[in-house]
Design a protein around this ligand. Structure first.
Ligand SMILES: Cc1cc2nc3c(=O)[nH]c(=O)nc-3n(C[C@H](O)[C@H](O)[C@H](O)COP(=O)(O)OP(=O)(O)OC[C@H]3O[C@@H](n4cnc5c(N)ncnc54)[C@H](O)[C@@H]3O)c2cc1C
Length: 286
Protein backbone atom coordinates (compact mmCIF):
# COMPACT_ATOMS: atom_id res chain seq x y z
CA UNK A 1 0.00 0.00 0.00
CA UNK A 2 0.97 3.63 -0.41
CA UNK A 3 1.26 5.81 2.71
CA UNK A 4 -1.15 8.70 3.25
CA UNK A 5 0.25 12.07 2.14
CA UNK A 6 2.63 13.82 4.53
CA UNK A 7 5.05 16.74 4.52
CA UNK A 8 8.66 15.52 4.59
CA UNK A 9 11.47 17.50 6.17
CA UNK A 10 15.14 16.48 6.40
CA UNK A 11 16.90 18.96 8.70
CA UNK A 12 20.69 19.27 8.74
CA UNK A 13 20.90 20.17 12.44
CA UNK A 14 19.45 18.93 15.70
CA UNK A 15 18.09 22.38 16.52
CA UNK A 16 16.17 22.51 13.24
CA UNK A 17 14.74 19.05 13.92
CA UNK A 18 13.66 20.10 17.43
CA UNK A 19 12.01 23.30 16.13
CA UNK A 20 10.14 21.32 13.48
CA UNK A 21 8.98 18.79 16.08
CA UNK A 22 7.85 21.58 18.42
CA UNK A 23 5.86 23.29 15.62
CA UNK A 24 4.06 20.09 14.60
CA UNK A 25 4.06 18.33 17.97
CA UNK A 26 0.56 16.84 17.66
CA UNK A 27 0.94 15.20 14.27
CA UNK A 28 4.60 14.49 13.58
CA UNK A 29 6.78 11.37 13.41
CA UNK A 30 10.56 11.03 13.46
CA UNK A 31 12.09 8.87 10.72
CA UNK A 32 15.38 7.06 11.41
CA UNK A 33 15.94 3.75 9.61
CA UNK A 34 12.26 3.43 8.69
CA UNK A 35 12.21 -0.31 9.38
CA UNK A 36 9.30 -0.04 11.78
CA UNK A 37 7.80 3.28 10.71
CA UNK A 38 7.59 2.62 6.96
CA UNK A 39 5.50 -0.57 7.32
CA UNK A 40 3.16 1.31 9.66
CA UNK A 41 2.82 4.17 7.16
CA UNK A 42 2.29 1.82 4.24
CA UNK A 43 -0.44 -0.07 6.06
CA UNK A 44 -1.85 3.32 7.12
CA UNK A 45 -1.75 2.26 10.76
CA UNK A 46 0.09 5.55 11.26
CA UNK A 47 -0.91 8.64 9.27
CA UNK A 48 1.17 11.59 10.50
CA UNK A 49 0.81 14.85 8.58
CA UNK A 50 4.54 15.61 9.07
CA UNK A 51 7.67 13.48 8.99
CA UNK A 52 11.06 14.67 10.12
CA UNK A 53 13.91 12.54 8.75
CA UNK A 54 16.81 12.86 11.21
CA UNK A 55 19.17 10.76 9.06
CA UNK A 56 21.18 13.75 7.79
CA UNK A 57 21.86 15.32 11.19
CA UNK A 58 25.59 15.16 11.87
CA UNK A 59 26.97 13.75 15.11
CA UNK A 60 24.38 11.04 15.76
CA UNK A 61 26.15 8.15 14.05
CA UNK A 62 29.35 7.58 16.02
CA UNK A 63 30.57 5.14 18.67
CA UNK A 64 33.04 6.71 21.08
CA UNK A 65 34.81 5.64 24.26
CA UNK A 66 34.39 7.98 27.24
CA UNK A 67 36.09 6.77 30.42
CA UNK A 68 34.53 3.48 31.46
CA UNK A 69 31.60 3.92 29.07
CA UNK A 70 30.82 3.97 25.38
CA UNK A 71 28.50 6.51 23.82
CA UNK A 72 26.60 5.22 20.81
CA UNK A 73 24.81 7.72 18.57
CA UNK A 74 21.14 7.00 18.06
CA UNK A 75 21.58 6.65 14.27
CA UNK A 76 24.14 3.86 14.58
CA UNK A 77 22.65 0.92 12.70
CA UNK A 78 22.29 -2.67 13.83
CA UNK A 79 24.90 -3.59 11.16
CA UNK A 80 27.41 -1.01 12.44
CA UNK A 81 27.02 -2.47 15.93
CA UNK A 82 27.43 -5.99 14.58
CA UNK A 83 30.68 -5.00 12.83
CA UNK A 84 32.19 -2.63 15.40
CA UNK A 85 35.63 -3.77 16.57
CA UNK A 86 35.38 -1.39 19.53
CA UNK A 87 32.10 -2.92 20.69
CA UNK A 88 33.31 -6.49 20.13
CA UNK A 89 36.21 -5.64 22.41
CA UNK A 90 34.53 -3.50 25.06
CA UNK A 91 30.84 -4.42 25.09
CA UNK A 92 30.40 -7.68 23.17
CA UNK A 93 26.79 -8.16 24.26
CA UNK A 94 25.74 -5.52 21.71
CA UNK A 95 27.33 -7.11 18.60
CA UNK A 96 26.09 -10.52 19.79
CA UNK A 97 22.56 -9.12 20.00
CA UNK A 98 22.81 -7.34 16.63
CA UNK A 99 23.58 -10.58 14.79
CA UNK A 100 20.19 -11.97 15.87
CA UNK A 101 18.13 -9.10 14.44
CA UNK A 102 16.16 -9.76 11.27
CA UNK A 103 18.17 -9.92 8.04
CA UNK A 104 20.99 -7.96 6.43
CA UNK A 105 18.66 -5.45 4.79
CA UNK A 106 16.93 -4.55 8.08
CA UNK A 107 20.23 -4.48 9.96
CA UNK A 108 21.72 -2.11 7.36
CA UNK A 109 18.98 0.47 7.83
CA UNK A 110 17.49 -0.04 11.30
CA UNK A 111 19.02 2.05 14.08
CA UNK A 112 19.57 1.53 17.79
CA UNK A 113 17.80 4.79 18.65
CA UNK A 114 14.83 4.05 16.42
CA UNK A 115 14.48 0.57 17.81
CA UNK A 116 14.48 1.78 21.42
CA UNK A 117 12.09 4.64 20.64
CA UNK A 118 9.72 2.17 18.99
CA UNK A 119 9.60 0.16 22.25
CA UNK A 120 8.52 -3.03 20.55
CA UNK A 121 7.95 -5.60 23.31
CA UNK A 122 9.56 -8.24 21.05
CA UNK A 123 12.52 -6.06 20.04
CA UNK A 124 15.98 -7.39 20.89
CA UNK A 125 17.67 -4.15 21.97
CA UNK A 126 15.49 -3.50 25.03
CA UNK A 127 16.75 -6.73 26.67
CA UNK A 128 20.39 -5.94 25.91
CA UNK A 129 20.27 -2.37 27.16
CA UNK A 130 18.42 -3.43 30.34
CA UNK A 131 21.07 -6.07 31.07
CA UNK A 132 23.77 -3.46 30.51
CA UNK A 133 22.00 -0.90 32.73
CA UNK A 134 22.45 1.52 29.85
CA UNK A 135 21.22 5.11 29.82
CA UNK A 136 19.37 6.79 27.00
CA UNK A 137 20.00 10.41 26.09
CA UNK A 138 16.89 12.29 25.11
CA UNK A 139 17.08 15.76 23.59
CA UNK A 140 14.03 18.00 23.56
CA UNK A 141 12.87 21.60 23.72
CA UNK A 142 14.09 21.93 27.31
CA UNK A 143 17.56 20.51 26.66
CA UNK A 144 18.95 17.05 27.38
CA UNK A 145 18.05 14.37 29.90
CA UNK A 146 19.48 10.91 30.54
CA UNK A 147 17.00 8.15 31.34
CA UNK A 148 17.98 4.80 32.83
CA UNK A 149 17.02 1.83 30.65
CA UNK A 150 14.72 0.40 33.33
CA UNK A 151 12.76 3.67 33.44
CA UNK A 152 12.53 4.18 29.68
CA UNK A 153 9.96 1.58 28.59
CA UNK A 154 6.39 2.02 29.80
CA UNK A 155 4.51 -0.72 27.92
CA UNK A 156 3.48 -1.90 24.46
CA UNK A 157 5.12 0.56 22.00
CA UNK A 158 5.25 3.14 24.80
CA UNK A 159 8.21 4.90 26.35
CA UNK A 160 8.86 8.06 28.34
CA UNK A 161 9.59 9.95 25.08
CA UNK A 162 7.46 13.01 24.39
CA UNK A 163 6.43 13.69 20.77
CA UNK A 164 8.87 16.63 20.54
CA UNK A 165 11.86 14.69 21.90
CA UNK A 166 14.59 12.77 20.06
CA UNK A 167 16.70 9.85 21.31
CA UNK A 168 20.19 11.11 20.51
CA UNK A 169 22.57 8.65 22.20
CA UNK A 170 22.85 5.53 24.33
CA UNK A 171 25.48 5.13 27.05
CA UNK A 172 26.67 1.58 27.79
CA UNK A 173 29.37 0.37 30.15
CA UNK A 174 32.63 -1.22 29.12
CA UNK A 175 31.92 -4.70 30.42
CA UNK A 176 35.54 -5.80 30.93
CA UNK A 177 35.82 -9.33 32.30
CA UNK A 178 32.03 -9.70 32.76
CA UNK A 179 30.47 -12.58 30.89
CA UNK A 180 27.58 -11.78 28.54
CA UNK A 181 25.23 -13.57 26.17
CA UNK A 182 22.05 -12.98 24.19
CA UNK A 183 19.87 -15.88 23.11
CA UNK A 184 16.48 -15.84 21.50
CA UNK A 185 13.83 -18.16 20.20
CA UNK A 186 12.16 -16.68 17.13
CA UNK A 187 10.02 -17.91 14.27
CA UNK A 188 11.95 -17.91 11.00
CA UNK A 189 9.18 -15.93 9.28
CA UNK A 190 9.50 -12.70 11.32
CA UNK A 191 12.69 -13.11 13.33
CA UNK A 192 11.05 -11.31 16.26
CA UNK A 193 11.67 -12.83 19.67
CA UNK A 194 9.10 -15.16 21.19
CA UNK A 195 11.58 -14.95 24.01
CA UNK A 196 14.95 -13.22 24.07
CA UNK A 197 17.29 -13.28 27.07
CA UNK A 198 20.28 -11.00 27.70
CA UNK A 199 22.65 -11.94 30.51
CA UNK A 200 25.57 -10.15 32.16
CA UNK A 201 27.49 -11.94 34.91
CA UNK A 202 30.41 -10.91 37.11
CA UNK A 203 32.20 -13.67 39.00
CA UNK A 204 34.31 -13.15 42.13
CA UNK A 205 37.75 -14.64 42.76
CA UNK A 206 36.23 -17.90 44.00
CA UNK A 207 34.12 -18.21 40.83
CA UNK A 208 30.85 -17.32 42.57
CA UNK A 209 28.32 -14.92 41.09
CA UNK A 210 29.21 -11.44 42.36
CA UNK A 211 26.65 -9.62 40.22
CA UNK A 212 24.13 -10.51 37.55
CA UNK A 213 21.68 -8.87 35.22
CA UNK A 214 19.12 -10.99 33.40
CA UNK A 215 16.76 -9.18 31.03
CA UNK A 216 13.96 -10.72 29.03
CA UNK A 217 12.09 -9.55 25.92
CA UNK A 218 9.18 -10.95 23.92
CA UNK A 219 7.35 -12.30 26.94
CA UNK A 220 5.41 -9.37 28.41
CA UNK A 221 4.17 -5.96 27.23
CA UNK A 222 7.69 -4.64 27.71
CA UNK A 223 11.15 -6.06 28.33
CA UNK A 224 11.99 -6.58 32.01
CA UNK A 225 14.77 -7.46 34.44
CA UNK A 226 14.18 -10.85 36.07
CA UNK A 227 14.86 -9.65 39.61
CA UNK A 228 14.10 -12.96 41.33
CA UNK A 229 16.46 -14.87 39.00
CA UNK A 230 19.23 -12.38 39.78
CA UNK A 231 18.61 -12.75 43.54
CA UNK A 232 18.85 -16.51 43.28
CA UNK A 233 22.19 -16.35 41.47
CA UNK A 234 23.76 -13.87 43.90
CA UNK A 235 26.78 -15.19 45.77
CA UNK A 236 26.35 -18.74 44.44
CA UNK A 237 28.55 -21.08 42.47
CA UNK A 238 26.76 -21.25 39.11
CA UNK A 239 26.33 -24.99 38.83
CA UNK A 240 23.54 -26.72 36.93
CA UNK A 241 21.22 -26.92 39.94
CA UNK A 242 21.60 -23.26 40.87
CA UNK A 243 21.02 -22.12 37.28
CA UNK A 244 17.93 -24.28 36.85
CA UNK A 245 16.43 -23.20 40.19
CA UNK A 246 17.03 -19.54 39.32
CA UNK A 247 15.70 -19.92 35.77
CA UNK A 248 12.49 -21.42 37.16
CA UNK A 249 11.74 -17.93 38.53
CA UNK A 250 12.07 -16.18 35.14
CA UNK A 251 8.41 -15.18 34.84
CA UNK A 252 7.70 -14.59 38.53
CA UNK A 253 5.13 -11.73 38.84
CA UNK A 254 5.02 -11.34 35.05
CA UNK A 255 1.83 -11.41 33.00
CA UNK A 256 3.05 -13.61 30.16
CA UNK A 257 1.46 -12.80 26.80
CA UNK A 258 -0.01 -15.25 24.35
CA UNK A 259 -0.27 -14.85 20.59
CA UNK A 260 -0.02 -16.81 17.35
CA UNK A 261 3.43 -18.00 18.40
CA UNK A 262 2.20 -19.79 21.48
CA UNK A 263 0.17 -19.87 24.67
CA UNK A 264 1.36 -18.12 27.81
CA UNK A 265 2.20 -21.52 29.38
CA UNK A 266 4.38 -22.41 26.39
CA UNK A 267 6.11 -19.02 26.46
CA UNK A 268 6.70 -19.22 30.22
CA UNK A 269 8.34 -22.63 29.87
CA UNK A 270 10.41 -21.47 26.88
CA UNK A 271 11.53 -18.47 28.93
CA UNK A 272 12.75 -20.67 31.80
CA UNK A 273 14.71 -22.80 29.31
CA UNK A 274 16.21 -19.80 27.53
CA UNK A 275 17.23 -18.11 30.77
CA UNK A 276 19.15 -21.25 31.78
CA UNK A 277 20.67 -21.56 28.30
CA UNK A 278 21.67 -17.88 28.21
CA UNK A 279 23.41 -18.14 31.60
CA UNK A 280 25.23 -21.25 30.35
CA UNK A 281 26.21 -19.44 27.14
CA UNK A 282 27.56 -16.45 29.09
CA UNK A 283 29.62 -18.73 31.35
CA UNK A 284 30.95 -20.59 28.31
CA UNK A 285 31.83 -17.29 26.60
CA UNK A 286 29.52 -17.90 23.65
C1 LIG B 1 11.22 -7.67 8.33
C2 LIG B 1 11.63 -7.06 9.65
C3 LIG B 1 12.14 -7.88 10.63
C4 LIG B 1 12.56 -7.33 11.85
N1 LIG B 1 13.07 -8.16 12.79
C5 LIG B 1 13.50 -7.64 13.97
C6 LIG B 1 14.11 -8.46 14.95
O1 LIG B 1 14.33 -9.66 14.77
N2 LIG B 1 14.49 -7.88 16.12
C7 LIG B 1 14.32 -6.54 16.36
O2 LIG B 1 14.69 -6.06 17.44
N3 LIG B 1 13.76 -5.73 15.43
C8 LIG B 1 13.36 -6.24 14.25
N4 LIG B 1 12.81 -5.40 13.31
C9 LIG B 1 12.64 -3.97 13.63
C10 LIG B 1 13.91 -3.22 13.27
O3 LIG B 1 14.92 -3.57 14.21
C11 LIG B 1 13.76 -1.69 13.25
O4 LIG B 1 14.95 -1.21 12.73
C12 LIG B 1 13.60 -0.97 14.54
O5 LIG B 1 12.52 -1.45 15.24
C13 LIG B 1 13.31 0.52 14.30
O6 LIG B 1 14.47 1.26 14.04
P1 LIG B 1 14.46 2.31 12.85
O7 LIG B 1 15.72 3.06 12.92
O8 LIG B 1 14.17 1.62 11.57
O9 LIG B 1 13.28 3.28 13.28
P2 LIG B 1 12.08 3.90 12.45
O10 LIG B 1 11.29 2.82 11.79
O11 LIG B 1 12.55 5.01 11.60
O12 LIG B 1 11.22 4.50 13.66
C14 LIG B 1 10.54 3.66 14.57
C15 LIG B 1 9.74 4.52 15.57
O13 LIG B 1 10.62 5.23 16.44
C16 LIG B 1 10.51 6.64 16.24
N5 LIG B 1 11.89 7.14 16.23
C17 LIG B 1 12.86 6.73 15.36
N6 LIG B 1 14.04 7.26 15.70
C18 LIG B 1 13.81 8.02 16.79
C19 LIG B 1 14.66 8.81 17.62
N7 LIG B 1 15.97 8.89 17.40
N8 LIG B 1 14.10 9.47 18.65
C20 LIG B 1 12.77 9.36 18.91
N9 LIG B 1 11.93 8.63 18.17
C21 LIG B 1 12.44 7.96 17.12
C22 LIG B 1 9.76 6.83 14.94
O14 LIG B 1 9.02 8.02 14.92
C23 LIG B 1 8.88 5.60 14.91
O15 LIG B 1 7.74 5.81 15.71
C24 LIG B 1 12.42 -5.92 12.08
C25 LIG B 1 11.89 -5.09 11.08
C26 LIG B 1 11.52 -5.65 9.87
C27 LIG B 1 10.98 -4.73 8.80
Amino acid sequence: MIPAAFEYYAPRSLNDALSYLASHRDDVKILSGGQSLMPLLKMRLSKPAYIVDIGRIPGLDGIIEEGDHLIIGSLVTHAQIEDSGLLKQECPLLPKTATTIADVQVRNRGTLGGSLAHADPAGDWPAAILALEAEIKITGPNGERWVKADEFFLGLLMSVLEPDEIVTAIKVPITGSDKTAYLKAAPRSSGFAVVGVAVRLALDGAGNCARSAVAITGVADKAYRAARVEQMLAGKKLDERTIEDAAAEAVRNIEVIEDINGSSEYRAQLTRIYVARAIDAALAGR
